[in-house]
Design a protein around this ligand. Structure first.
Ligand SMILES: [Zn+2]
Length: 384
């Protein structure tokens, strides 16, 4: 009896090693087939761009997009020890499409074993069932999963609410100027663009998200300038841009920035006005945040890339999260962009020039286009 147990264990071990040896490193595959390899860490997708075809994969999804069509894989790509692994049978199928028959017969048995022994990979795959089920018209799809078409620009503050004040300018004017230029840039790229305000008027924070929802936006970008209340020396030190998503804050600084941006709501007696979200409110928001989080980060990643060689540098990591009231009601991926510090003399002087505003608008527009492409690639991988 004991021998039998050992025998079974031995067989399982053999099967496991056979399965392990059946995986190939995606980067090596790219090299062998003279394809370039691109990895998108936020979306967890990767591309093998060859001369004749670009293969698009997503970690955990047993599908690949090849020649514009979604093809089922025997095994979902996975990450192990920092390597992206593909099933060798899948690779053989993809690169010997002409000999599809041979490929289907030979390695199938071993990959069937792989399928049986690695059901966890299947479980980890979040989307395929949903993806095939919702072959609805684009309008019925949720923002974040459908193609990116409508962008909502929200220049912060306005009217009686000047926002932060610099020596020579007000936040509300800088963000409006950038917002208008951004609209033009995005329209050139073919996006439908809506602005929560296109002149110097006051709009409540809650109303901004309501407008964005009415317009059925795909991405909400709230534009702001950062500021600190401190000594002149400190004001000279603190500078840089920051992209914020709606997320429970991890630092006191991020919390303070949200309080400052939320202050307008309490100042002018807005309904449901508050400077900070309570733990219960965060809890209630959780499910909705989850829905748009990945896309908000996808866009944030593109923003960091687009601003990498800009005049205004990242402040710290350049990314933060806090309870911004203006983002709370938006039913779409959303970010709040602090362009730079109006309290910093150097950045203020820069941000008030037409040249700077045009450059900033062009960079945001570039980030939106890259984000649109990333969403499109992701959809193609899912066969939509
Ligand atoms: Zn602001």
């Amino acid at each position: 009896m004991r021998n039998l147990v050992w025998h079974i264990l031995f067989c399982v071990a053999l099967a496991a090693s056979a399965w392990a040896s059946n995986k190939v490193d995606a980067e090596q595959v790219a090299k062998q087939h003279k394809a370039s390899f691109h990895w998108f860490p936020v979306q967890k997708t990767f591309i093998l761009a060859g001369e004749t075809d670009t293969l698009k994969f997503a970690i955990g999804l047993p599908y690949v997009n090849s020649h514009g069509k979604s093809v089922e894989l025997k095994q979902a790509p996975e990450i192990a020890d920092g390597h992206i692994l593909l099933d060798s049978a899948d690779v053989a199928n993809l690169y010997n499409a002409g000999n599809a028959q041979a490929a289907a017969v030979a390695p199938a048995s071993s990959s069937a074993l792989a399928k049986a022994s690695s059901s966890s990979v299947k479980v980890a795959a979040p989307a395929p069932a949903k993806a095939t089920a919702s072959v609805a018209t684009p309008k019925n799809e949720t923002a974040g999963t459908r193609e990116v078409k409508t962008i909502v620009i929200d220049p912060g503050h306005g009217g009686k609410d000047t926002g932060a004040q610099g020596k020579n300018s007000n936040e509300k004017d800088i963000v409006l100027a950038v917002g208008k230029l951004l609209k033009k840039e995005l329209e050139k790229e073919g996006f439908k663009v809506k602005m929560t305000r296109d002149k110097d008027v006051f709009i409540e924070l809650g109303e901004r998200a309501n407008l964005a929802n009415q317009w059925d936006g795909d991405l909400f970008i709230s534009l702001h300038c950062n500021a600190i209340d401190a000594s002149p020396e400190r004001k000279k030190q603190i500078k840089g841009y920051h992209v914020y998503v709606l997320r429970a804050p991890e630092s006191e600084e991020d919390k303070a920035i949200a309080r400052r941006e939320n202050k307008v709501a309490t100042l002018y007696g807005e309904k449901n006005a508050k400077e900070e979200l309570s733990p219960l409110e965060w809890f209630k928001l959780e499910a909705r945040l989850e829905k748009y989080k990945q896309n908000s980060y996808m866009f944030t990643e593109q923003m960091l890339k687009a601003f990498d060689d800009g005049k205004i540098k990242r402040q710290g990591g350049g990314v933060g999260g806090a309870g911004f009231m203006v983002l709370v009601g938006a039913l779409m991926p959303a970010v709040l962009f602090e362009i730079g510090f109006i309290s910093n003399p150097e950045e203020e002087a820069y941000m008030i020039t037409n040249k700077a505003q045009a450059d900033i608008a062009a960079r945001i527009s570039k980030a939106v286009s890259s984000y649109k492409d990333a969403v499109h690639n992701y959809r193609e991988t899912l066969g939509r």
